[in-house]
Design a protein around this ligand. Structure first.
Ligand code: PLP
Length: 370
Protein backbone atom coordinates (compact mmCIF):
# COMPACT_ATOMS: atom_id res chain seq x y z
CA UNK A 1 0.00 0.00 0.00
CA UNK A 2 1.37 3.42 -0.98
CA UNK A 3 0.73 6.28 1.41
CA UNK A 4 -0.89 9.27 -0.24
CA UNK A 5 2.07 11.57 0.51
CA UNK A 6 4.39 9.14 -1.28
CA UNK A 7 2.42 9.22 -4.53
CA UNK A 8 4.85 10.25 -7.26
CA UNK A 9 2.42 12.85 -8.67
CA UNK A 10 2.15 14.53 -5.27
CA UNK A 11 5.91 14.40 -4.74
CA UNK A 12 6.45 16.09 -8.08
CA UNK A 13 3.73 18.71 -7.42
CA UNK A 14 3.24 19.20 -3.67
CA UNK A 15 0.51 21.75 -4.36
CA UNK A 16 -1.61 18.93 -5.76
CA UNK A 17 -0.93 16.76 -2.73
CA UNK A 18 -2.20 19.48 -0.39
CA UNK A 19 -5.45 19.98 -2.32
CA UNK A 20 -6.45 16.57 -3.67
CA UNK A 21 -7.88 13.78 -1.55
CA UNK A 22 -6.54 10.30 -2.12
CA UNK A 23 -7.53 7.03 -0.48
CA UNK A 24 -5.10 4.12 -0.65
CA UNK A 25 -7.44 1.32 -1.76
CA UNK A 26 -5.22 -0.85 -3.95
CA UNK A 27 -1.91 -2.70 -3.98
CA UNK A 28 0.76 -0.69 -5.77
CA UNK A 29 3.11 -0.90 -7.54
CA UNK A 30 1.59 -3.69 -9.61
CA UNK A 31 4.15 -6.19 -10.96
CA UNK A 32 5.67 -6.15 -14.43
CA UNK A 33 6.44 -9.55 -15.93
CA UNK A 34 8.02 -10.83 -19.10
CA UNK A 35 5.66 -12.99 -21.18
CA UNK A 36 8.30 -15.63 -21.94
CA UNK A 37 6.16 -18.31 -23.51
CA UNK A 38 3.98 -15.94 -25.50
CA UNK A 39 7.07 -14.08 -26.71
CA UNK A 40 8.80 -17.31 -27.72
CA UNK A 41 5.72 -18.36 -29.71
CA UNK A 42 6.11 -15.18 -31.77
CA UNK A 43 9.91 -14.97 -31.81
CA UNK A 44 10.04 -11.82 -29.66
CA UNK A 45 11.75 -12.00 -26.28
CA UNK A 46 10.76 -8.52 -25.24
CA UNK A 47 7.03 -8.74 -24.55
CA UNK A 48 5.95 -7.62 -21.09
CA UNK A 49 2.72 -7.35 -19.14
CA UNK A 50 1.73 -4.78 -16.52
CA UNK A 51 -0.31 -6.67 -13.97
CA UNK A 52 -2.97 -4.12 -13.11
CA UNK A 53 -5.23 -7.15 -12.86
CA UNK A 54 -3.67 -7.41 -9.40
CA UNK A 55 -4.31 -3.82 -8.37
CA UNK A 56 -6.63 -4.62 -5.49
CA UNK A 57 -7.64 -7.22 -2.95
CA UNK A 58 -11.41 -6.71 -3.29
CA UNK A 59 -11.28 -6.28 -7.04
CA UNK A 60 -8.43 -5.43 -9.42
CA UNK A 61 -8.19 -3.94 -12.88
CA UNK A 62 -7.87 -0.36 -13.98
CA UNK A 63 -10.73 1.18 -12.00
CA UNK A 64 -8.95 0.89 -8.64
CA UNK A 65 -6.39 3.61 -9.44
CA UNK A 66 -9.20 5.97 -10.47
CA UNK A 67 -11.38 5.17 -7.48
CA UNK A 68 -8.59 6.07 -5.05
CA UNK A 69 -9.17 9.69 -6.12
CA UNK A 70 -12.89 9.58 -6.94
CA UNK A 71 -13.97 7.88 -3.73
CA UNK A 72 -11.36 9.88 -1.80
CA UNK A 73 -13.13 13.08 -2.77
CA UNK A 74 -16.61 11.74 -2.01
CA UNK A 75 -15.54 10.38 1.37
CA UNK A 76 -13.90 13.67 2.29
CA UNK A 77 -17.08 15.53 1.36
CA UNK A 78 -18.91 13.64 4.09
CA UNK A 79 -21.47 12.23 1.67
CA UNK A 80 -22.94 8.83 2.57
CA UNK A 81 -24.05 7.87 -0.94
CA UNK A 82 -22.96 8.12 -4.56
CA UNK A 83 -24.17 7.40 -8.06
CA UNK A 84 -22.36 5.84 -10.97
CA UNK A 85 -23.15 4.59 -14.46
CA UNK A 86 -22.27 1.89 -16.94
CA UNK A 87 -23.49 -0.85 -19.19
CA UNK A 88 -25.18 -3.79 -17.47
CA UNK A 89 -21.97 -5.77 -16.97
CA UNK A 90 -19.79 -2.76 -16.19
CA UNK A 91 -16.55 -3.62 -14.39
CA UNK A 92 -16.46 -0.01 -13.27
CA UNK A 93 -19.89 -0.23 -11.64
CA UNK A 94 -18.81 -3.42 -9.87
CA UNK A 95 -15.48 -1.99 -8.66
CA UNK A 96 -17.28 1.13 -7.42
CA UNK A 97 -19.87 -0.99 -5.59
CA UNK A 98 -17.21 -3.10 -3.88
CA UNK A 99 -14.98 -0.25 -2.73
CA UNK A 100 -18.01 1.85 -1.71
CA UNK A 101 -19.18 -0.99 0.47
CA UNK A 102 -15.75 -1.19 2.09
CA UNK A 103 -16.00 2.52 2.91
CA UNK A 104 -19.58 2.28 4.14
CA UNK A 105 -20.97 4.35 1.24
CA UNK A 106 -24.29 3.54 -0.43
CA UNK A 107 -23.71 3.01 -4.16
CA UNK A 108 -26.42 3.41 -6.81
CA UNK A 109 -25.60 2.19 -10.31
CA UNK A 110 -27.61 3.24 -13.35
CA UNK A 111 -27.10 0.56 -15.99
CA UNK A 112 -27.74 0.58 -19.74
CA UNK A 113 -28.39 -2.47 -21.96
CA UNK A 114 -25.51 -4.36 -23.56
CA UNK A 115 -24.75 -7.63 -25.36
CA UNK A 116 -25.16 -10.61 -23.08
CA UNK A 117 -22.17 -12.52 -21.72
CA UNK A 118 -21.33 -14.66 -18.71
CA UNK A 119 -19.48 -11.81 -17.06
CA UNK A 120 -22.64 -9.67 -17.19
CA UNK A 121 -24.39 -12.20 -14.95
CA UNK A 122 -21.39 -12.43 -12.67
CA UNK A 123 -20.93 -8.68 -12.30
CA UNK A 124 -24.63 -8.07 -11.66
CA UNK A 125 -24.80 -10.70 -8.92
CA UNK A 126 -21.53 -9.51 -7.41
CA UNK A 127 -22.62 -5.84 -7.39
CA UNK A 128 -25.92 -6.80 -5.84
CA UNK A 129 -24.14 -8.87 -3.19
CA UNK A 130 -21.91 -5.86 -2.47
CA UNK A 131 -25.04 -3.90 -1.61
CA UNK A 132 -25.25 -1.79 -4.77
CA UNK A 133 -28.67 -0.41 -5.62
CA UNK A 134 -29.03 -1.43 -9.26
CA UNK A 135 -31.22 0.80 -11.43
CA UNK A 136 -31.72 -0.80 -14.85
CA UNK A 137 -32.42 1.72 -17.61
CA UNK A 138 -33.90 0.91 -21.02
CA UNK A 139 -31.90 3.53 -22.90
CA UNK A 140 -30.13 6.84 -22.37
CA UNK A 141 -33.30 8.96 -22.25
CA UNK A 142 -34.74 6.59 -19.63
CA UNK A 143 -31.54 6.91 -17.60
CA UNK A 144 -31.61 10.70 -17.74
CA UNK A 145 -35.23 10.79 -16.65
CA UNK A 146 -34.69 8.45 -13.69
CA UNK A 147 -31.51 10.21 -12.67
CA UNK A 148 -32.92 13.72 -12.81
CA UNK A 149 -36.00 12.62 -10.88
CA UNK A 150 -33.85 11.04 -8.15
CA UNK A 151 -31.47 14.00 -7.98
CA UNK A 152 -34.38 16.45 -7.80
CA UNK A 153 -35.90 14.53 -4.90
CA UNK A 154 -32.54 14.35 -3.12
CA UNK A 155 -32.15 18.09 -3.59
CA UNK A 156 -35.62 18.80 -2.22
CA UNK A 157 -34.94 16.62 0.78
CA UNK A 158 -31.38 17.60 1.66
CA UNK A 159 -30.60 20.68 -0.39
CA UNK A 160 -27.92 18.71 -2.19
CA UNK A 161 -27.62 16.28 -5.06
CA UNK A 162 -25.75 12.99 -4.74
CA UNK A 163 -22.14 12.98 -5.90
CA UNK A 164 -21.71 11.23 -9.25
CA UNK A 165 -18.82 9.28 -10.73
CA UNK A 166 -18.89 9.37 -14.54
CA UNK A 167 -18.91 6.16 -16.63
CA UNK A 168 -15.60 4.34 -16.38
CA UNK A 169 -14.40 6.80 -13.73
CA UNK A 170 -12.93 8.94 -16.49
CA UNK A 171 -13.19 12.47 -15.14
CA UNK A 172 -10.03 14.58 -14.82
CA UNK A 173 -9.86 13.49 -11.18
CA UNK A 174 -10.10 9.78 -12.04
CA UNK A 175 -7.48 10.25 -14.75
CA UNK A 176 -4.91 11.13 -12.07
CA UNK A 177 -4.78 7.43 -11.23
CA UNK A 178 -3.11 6.72 -14.55
CA UNK A 179 -0.73 9.67 -14.37
CA UNK A 180 0.61 7.93 -11.28
CA UNK A 181 0.59 4.62 -13.10
CA UNK A 182 2.87 6.13 -15.76
CA UNK A 183 5.24 7.32 -13.02
CA UNK A 184 5.12 3.89 -11.45
CA UNK A 185 6.09 2.28 -14.77
CA UNK A 186 8.91 4.80 -15.17
CA UNK A 187 10.34 3.72 -11.81
CA UNK A 188 10.12 0.08 -12.88
CA UNK A 189 12.01 0.91 -16.08
CA UNK A 190 14.65 2.86 -14.11
CA UNK A 191 15.15 -0.03 -11.71
CA UNK A 192 15.66 -2.45 -14.60
CA UNK A 193 12.45 -4.49 -14.29
CA UNK A 194 11.83 -3.96 -17.98
CA UNK A 195 13.49 -2.13 -20.87
CA UNK A 196 11.92 1.11 -22.10
CA UNK A 197 9.01 -0.19 -24.18
CA UNK A 198 8.61 1.42 -27.58
CA UNK A 199 4.92 0.54 -27.54
CA UNK A 200 2.21 0.03 -24.96
CA UNK A 201 -1.06 -1.71 -25.78
CA UNK A 202 -4.05 -0.60 -23.74
CA UNK A 203 -7.83 -0.55 -24.30
CA UNK A 204 -9.53 2.72 -25.23
CA UNK A 205 -12.93 2.84 -23.54
CA UNK A 206 -13.95 5.85 -21.48
CA UNK A 207 -10.44 7.26 -22.18
CA UNK A 208 -9.12 7.87 -18.64
CA UNK A 209 -6.50 5.14 -18.73
CA UNK A 210 -5.00 6.31 -22.01
CA UNK A 211 -5.21 10.02 -21.12
CA UNK A 212 -3.55 9.49 -17.74
CA UNK A 213 -0.71 7.49 -19.28
CA UNK A 214 -0.21 10.14 -21.98
CA UNK A 215 0.09 12.89 -19.35
CA UNK A 216 2.42 10.82 -17.18
CA UNK A 217 4.70 9.85 -20.09
CA UNK A 218 4.82 13.47 -21.26
CA UNK A 219 5.77 14.72 -17.79
CA UNK A 220 8.57 12.13 -17.60
CA UNK A 221 9.55 12.66 -21.25
CA UNK A 222 9.19 8.97 -22.05
CA UNK A 223 9.17 8.29 -25.81
CA UNK A 224 6.55 5.56 -25.71
CA UNK A 225 3.81 5.17 -28.32
CA UNK A 226 0.46 4.16 -26.89
CA UNK A 227 -1.53 1.81 -29.07
CA UNK A 228 -5.02 2.63 -27.85
CA UNK A 229 -7.18 -0.26 -28.95
CA UNK A 230 -10.69 1.09 -29.35
CA UNK A 231 -13.30 -1.13 -27.67
CA UNK A 232 -16.27 1.28 -27.74
CA UNK A 233 -17.96 3.03 -30.64
CA UNK A 234 -15.93 5.68 -32.45
CA UNK A 235 -18.43 8.39 -31.56
CA UNK A 236 -17.24 8.13 -27.93
CA UNK A 237 -13.58 7.28 -28.39
CA UNK A 238 -11.70 9.26 -31.01
CA UNK A 239 -8.78 11.66 -31.36
CA UNK A 240 -10.91 14.66 -30.43
CA UNK A 241 -12.36 13.07 -27.30
CA UNK A 242 -8.90 11.96 -26.12
CA UNK A 243 -7.59 15.52 -26.59
CA UNK A 244 -10.59 16.91 -24.73
CA UNK A 245 -9.88 14.78 -21.70
CA UNK A 246 -6.16 15.65 -21.87
CA UNK A 247 -6.99 19.36 -21.91
CA UNK A 248 -9.60 19.13 -19.18
CA UNK A 249 -7.22 17.21 -16.95
CA UNK A 250 -4.27 19.56 -17.50
CA UNK A 251 -6.54 22.58 -16.89
CA UNK A 252 -7.87 20.99 -13.72
CA UNK A 253 -4.34 20.39 -12.42
CA UNK A 254 -3.10 23.86 -13.36
CA UNK A 255 -5.97 25.51 -11.55
CA UNK A 256 -4.97 23.65 -8.39
CA UNK A 257 -1.21 23.99 -8.76
CA UNK A 258 0.08 26.69 -11.16
CA UNK A 259 3.44 24.85 -11.15
CA UNK A 260 1.85 22.13 -13.27
CA UNK A 261 3.21 22.55 -16.81
CA UNK A 262 1.18 23.44 -19.90
CA UNK A 263 1.71 20.14 -21.72
CA UNK A 264 1.36 19.78 -25.49
CA UNK A 265 0.94 16.70 -27.64
CA UNK A 266 1.84 16.44 -31.32
CA UNK A 267 -0.59 13.54 -31.79
CA UNK A 268 2.22 11.08 -32.56
CA UNK A 269 2.22 9.90 -28.93
CA UNK A 270 -0.79 7.67 -29.45
CA UNK A 271 -2.34 5.65 -32.23
CA UNK A 272 -5.99 4.68 -32.03
CA UNK A 273 -6.44 1.15 -33.29
CA UNK A 274 -10.04 0.67 -34.47
CA UNK A 275 -9.57 -2.57 -36.38
CA UNK A 276 -10.09 -4.96 -33.44
CA UNK A 277 -13.42 -3.54 -32.29
CA UNK A 278 -15.61 -5.95 -34.26
CA UNK A 279 -19.35 -5.40 -34.43
CA UNK A 280 -19.92 -3.53 -31.18
CA UNK A 281 -19.19 -2.85 -27.54
CA UNK A 282 -18.97 -6.09 -25.55
CA UNK A 283 -19.40 -8.15 -28.71
CA UNK A 284 -16.59 -10.66 -28.62
CA UNK A 285 -14.46 -11.15 -31.72
CA UNK A 286 -12.83 -14.33 -33.05
CA UNK A 287 -9.38 -12.67 -32.97
CA UNK A 288 -9.96 -11.51 -29.41
CA UNK A 289 -11.13 -14.90 -28.22
CA UNK A 290 -8.15 -16.56 -29.83
CA UNK A 291 -5.77 -14.11 -28.15
CA UNK A 292 -7.53 -14.72 -24.85
CA UNK A 293 -7.18 -18.51 -25.22
CA UNK A 294 -3.52 -18.23 -26.13
CA UNK A 295 -2.62 -16.11 -23.11
CA UNK A 296 -4.58 -18.46 -20.87
CA UNK A 297 -2.83 -21.54 -22.27
CA UNK A 298 0.69 -20.15 -22.41
CA UNK A 299 0.81 -17.87 -19.38
CA UNK A 300 -2.19 -18.81 -17.25
CA UNK A 301 -3.55 -15.25 -17.31
CA UNK A 302 -7.28 -14.73 -17.82
CA UNK A 303 -8.49 -11.85 -19.97
CA UNK A 304 -12.00 -10.59 -20.80
CA UNK A 305 -13.73 -10.50 -24.18
CA UNK A 306 -14.86 -6.86 -24.05
CA UNK A 307 -11.61 -5.01 -23.40
CA UNK A 308 -8.37 -6.91 -22.91
CA UNK A 309 -8.89 -9.70 -25.46
CA UNK A 310 -9.31 -7.19 -28.28
CA UNK A 311 -6.26 -5.30 -27.02
CA UNK A 312 -4.05 -8.37 -26.92
CA UNK A 313 -5.30 -9.30 -30.41
CA UNK A 314 -3.75 -6.03 -31.62
CA UNK A 315 -0.38 -6.86 -30.07
CA UNK A 316 -0.40 -10.41 -31.47
CA UNK A 317 -1.30 -9.12 -34.93
CA UNK A 318 1.58 -6.63 -34.78
CA UNK A 319 4.00 -9.34 -33.64
CA UNK A 320 2.89 -11.50 -36.57
CA UNK A 321 3.29 -8.80 -39.17
CA UNK A 322 6.28 -6.81 -37.86
CA UNK A 323 9.32 -8.88 -36.95
CA UNK A 324 11.12 -5.68 -35.87
CA UNK A 325 8.57 -4.76 -33.24
CA UNK A 326 10.58 -3.34 -30.33
CA UNK A 327 10.05 -4.06 -26.62
CA UNK A 328 6.31 -3.94 -26.07
CA UNK A 329 4.10 -3.83 -23.02
CA UNK A 330 0.57 -5.17 -22.72
CA UNK A 331 -1.22 -3.26 -19.96
CA UNK A 332 -3.68 -5.68 -18.35
CA UNK A 333 -6.65 -3.62 -17.20
CA UNK A 334 -8.91 -6.56 -16.25
CA UNK A 335 -9.31 -7.81 -12.67
CA UNK A 336 -8.01 -11.31 -11.95
CA UNK A 337 -9.57 -11.36 -8.48
CA UNK A 338 -11.87 -14.39 -8.23
CA UNK A 339 -15.52 -13.81 -7.44
CA UNK A 340 -16.79 -14.87 -4.01
CA UNK A 341 -17.69 -18.53 -3.64
CA UNK A 342 -21.39 -19.20 -3.94
CA UNK A 343 -22.07 -16.13 -6.07
CA UNK A 344 -23.77 -18.13 -8.83
CA UNK A 345 -26.09 -19.71 -6.26
CA UNK A 346 -27.81 -16.37 -5.68
CA UNK A 347 -31.26 -16.41 -7.29
CA UNK A 348 -31.26 -13.73 -9.98
CA UNK A 349 -34.94 -13.10 -9.27
CA UNK A 350 -33.83 -11.14 -6.23
CA UNK A 351 -32.30 -8.51 -8.53
CA UNK A 352 -34.44 -5.80 -10.19
CA UNK A 353 -36.65 -7.19 -12.96
CA UNK A 354 -34.94 -5.02 -15.58
CA UNK A 355 -31.81 -7.20 -15.48
CA UNK A 356 -33.49 -10.63 -15.43
CA UNK A 357 -33.16 -10.92 -19.19
CA UNK A 358 -29.38 -11.36 -18.87
CA UNK A 359 -30.03 -14.54 -16.90
CA UNK A 360 -32.86 -15.78 -19.10
CA UNK A 361 -31.56 -14.99 -22.58
CA UNK A 362 -28.71 -16.81 -24.31
CA UNK A 363 -25.20 -15.50 -24.04
CA UNK A 364 -23.33 -14.65 -27.22
CA UNK A 365 -21.92 -17.76 -28.94
CA UNK A 366 -18.24 -16.73 -28.78
CA UNK A 367 -18.28 -16.42 -25.00
CA UNK A 368 -16.53 -19.37 -23.43
CA UNK A 369 -15.76 -17.80 -20.05
CA UNK A 370 -17.48 -19.12 -17.00
C1 PLP B 1 -13.09 0.05 -17.89
C2 PLP B 1 -12.15 -0.90 -18.51
C3 PLP B 1 -11.27 -0.49 -19.53
C4 PLP B 1 -11.35 0.86 -20.18
O1 PLP B 1 -10.56 1.83 -19.57
P1 PLP B 1 -10.92 3.36 -19.81
O2 PLP B 1 -10.09 4.11 -18.86
O3 PLP B 1 -12.39 3.47 -19.54
O4 PLP B 1 -10.62 3.69 -21.23
C5 PLP B 1 -10.34 -1.40 -19.99
N1 PLP B 1 -10.30 -2.64 -19.53
C6 PLP B 1 -11.14 -3.08 -18.58
C7 PLP B 1 -11.06 -4.51 -18.15
C8 PLP B 1 -12.10 -2.23 -18.04
O5 PLP B 1 -12.95 -2.69 -17.11
Amino acid sequence: MIRSEDLPLFQAFPGLGRAIEHLPLGNFPTPVERLDRLGTAYGNQSIFIKRDDRSGRLYGGNKVRKLEFLLGKIRASGSQALITFGYAGSNHALATALYSQQLGLHCQTYLLPQANANYVRKNLLWSWQAGAEIIPCRHMADLLLRLSRAQFLAWLETGQIRPMIPPGGSSPLGTLGYINAAFELHEQIESGQLPLPSRIYVPLGSLGTVAGLLIGFKLRKLPITIHAVRVVHGTFANGVSVRQLLTRTVDFLQRIDPAFPRLKWTGAEWIIRPEFFGSGYARFTPAGCQAMRQLQELEGIQLDGTYTAKTLAALLEDMRTRPELGPSLFWNTFSSQPEPIGLSAIAYQRLPAGVHRYFEEDIQPLDFER
